[in-house]
Write a protein that binds this ligand. Structure first.
Ligand code: EPU
Length: 435
């Protein structure tokens, strides 16, 4: 297992280009299975999660060719309705295969993501929605087995999601485009990555629209065709670099960062006193002399994304005073702060809702609010990365810390950030891969 050696203190400057969005590209690769004709996606990031998704498509019998940032999927030769166990714990994508597999084979076998017991990150919304569209789904031996009764196809219906889940919304869309009749998804997720998926589906021949009050309306069609589509830039990667730039960048140009997809992040940056300039093809972020403390609540789009929380908390460790962050999307997304505290940060995690948004975790004993007291100088440490977004905040911590940190678990970062070492080096970071 290789490690990263990062020596803190170097100022970042210059330009970094943001890659295509992981959370759009992986879903769009799956959407390509809805037609026999070739679908070409460009700006597909070369990261762990797209590699695993491509392997999964190939294992199902699809032909997948990558040339640079372009990936062409031809699904006409698909042979199997089963995603094997080998893909069960690699990422969240297998659960999205129900629609494409059911419309092609009338059956699907998909490994449970983390077991059938409803625990953290459950898929109950997905299953309830697909059942209401006519799929019989049972869970046996760690596999979901879905079937459409003989002579039937999935049928459109009205689905009211208990929470605007990104994955459940995408799953229903992928099933609804080829279902019989109209499907309405109420209280749906409307993240930019989902809009991007809708754009691809429309290019493939789907009839899909975003209606008032976060509702998607999808009129099923009989067949979809091939298309070409450019994946949107990754707004999580853009925000991660912006947070790093605000702390240690003299002037960093984040090329391809989309202002419109990052409004709430940019508002938060401005509130804490970080200067940025919007340019025609990106956003320039300048180092803040003084960072002001703030209060922040994560939310579904158009709110402040839960995936921006970790780099932003990192930024707040250097703010002049007490900041509060209320995480309302996931019940337990502050575990990573312990390692930051070991480096010198002062972050306490609380079970109370420290915010005013309606939150599903009220009185649920979930550690979902954080109080961050800054500024605290950080010192280098030996750190193991537990997950993707925590990973980037550790990189930022090491970049501002005194001394050389040794970081393991970099495969988590490489799941979602393309060429991360080269990109940081290109900005002047002192970062080396070691054993
Ligand atoms: N939820 C349920 N039941 C369900 C589905 C979701 O209770 O059936 C809950 C979840 O437990 C969570 C909330 O609803 O508390 C939101 O989950 P959502 O379904 O929206 O998340 P997801 O689709 O599993 C995607 C991204 C995440 C991102 C979230 C929220 C992908 C592959 N993952 O996850 O990204 O945090 O949406 O925006 O698109 C990441 O990129 O690092 C990452 C974790």
């Amino acid at each position: 297992m290789s490690t990263l050696h990062i020596t803190g203190g170097a100022r970042l400057s210059g330009e970094v280009r943001i890659s295509g969005a992981k959370n759009a590209a992986t879903k769009e690769l799956v959407a390509a299975l809805l037609t026999d004709e070739p679908v070409t996606l460009t700006n597909v990031p070369d990261i762990g999660d797209t590699a695993v998704t491509i392997d999964m498509l190939r294992a199902l019998g699809a032909l997948v060719e990558r040339r640079g940032d372009a990936v062409t999927v031809t699904a006409s030769g698909m042979t199997s309705p089963e995603v094997t166990e080998a893909f069960s714990r690699k990422n969240r994508i297998p659960i999205l295969l129900f629609g494409p597999l059911l419309s092609r084979f009338r059956e699907a076998r998909i490994p449970a993501l983390g077991g059938c017991n409803i625990g953290a990150r459950p898929v109950d919304f997905h299953l309830a929605a697909l059942r209401s569209m006519g799929a019989d789904i049972v869970c046996a031996n760690g596999m979901y087995e879905a079937r459409i009764p003989e002579g039937k196809r999935l049928k459109g219906t009205v689905i009211d999601l208990p929470f605007p889940s990104v994955g459940a919304t995408e799953n229903i869309m992928l099933a609804a485009v080829l279902a019989k009749g109209i499907t309405t998804i109420q209280n749906a997720a409307i993240e930019p990555e989902i809009l991007d998926l809708a754009k691809l589906l429309q290019s493939m021949g789907a009839i899909i629209s975003l209606d008032v009050n976060r509702s998607w309306v999808i009129e099923g069609v009989d067949v979809l065709h091939g298309a070409s589509h450019r994946v949107i830039p990754d707004r999580i990667e853009a925000a991660s670099f912006a947070a790093a730039a605000a702390l240690i960048g003299s002037d960093v140009r984040i090329r391809d960062a989309e202002q419109g997809d990052m409004l709430s992040f940019l508002n938060a940056l401005r509130r804490v006193g970080v200067r940025f300039e919007i340019e025609a093809d990106g956003i320039r972020v300048f180092r803040a002399e003084t960072i002001k403390p703030t209060t922040l609540e994560t939310d579904v789009h158009p709110g402040f994304m839960t995936d921006w929380q970790q780099p932003f908390v990192m930024l707040l460790t250097q703010a002049n005073g007490v900041s509060i962050v209320h995480e309302t999307v996931y019940e337990n997304r502050f575990g990573y702060t312990e390692a930051l505290n070991n480096m010198g940060a002062n972050i306490t995690v609380h079970q109370k809702c420290l915010g005013e948004k309606a939150c599903r975790y009220k009185h649920r004993n979930e550690p979902h609010s954080a109080v961050i007291v800054g500024p605290t100088p950080l010192h280098a440490a030996v750190i193991d990365i537990p997950d993707l977004r925590a990973g980037f905040s550790y990189l930022i911590a090491a970049l501002i810390a005194d001394g050389t940190s040794v970081i393991s678990g970099i495969e988590h970062i490489e799941r979602g950030y393309e060429n991360i070492i080269e990109k940081l080096k290109g900005l002047g970071a002192k970062i080396e891969k070691g054993e």
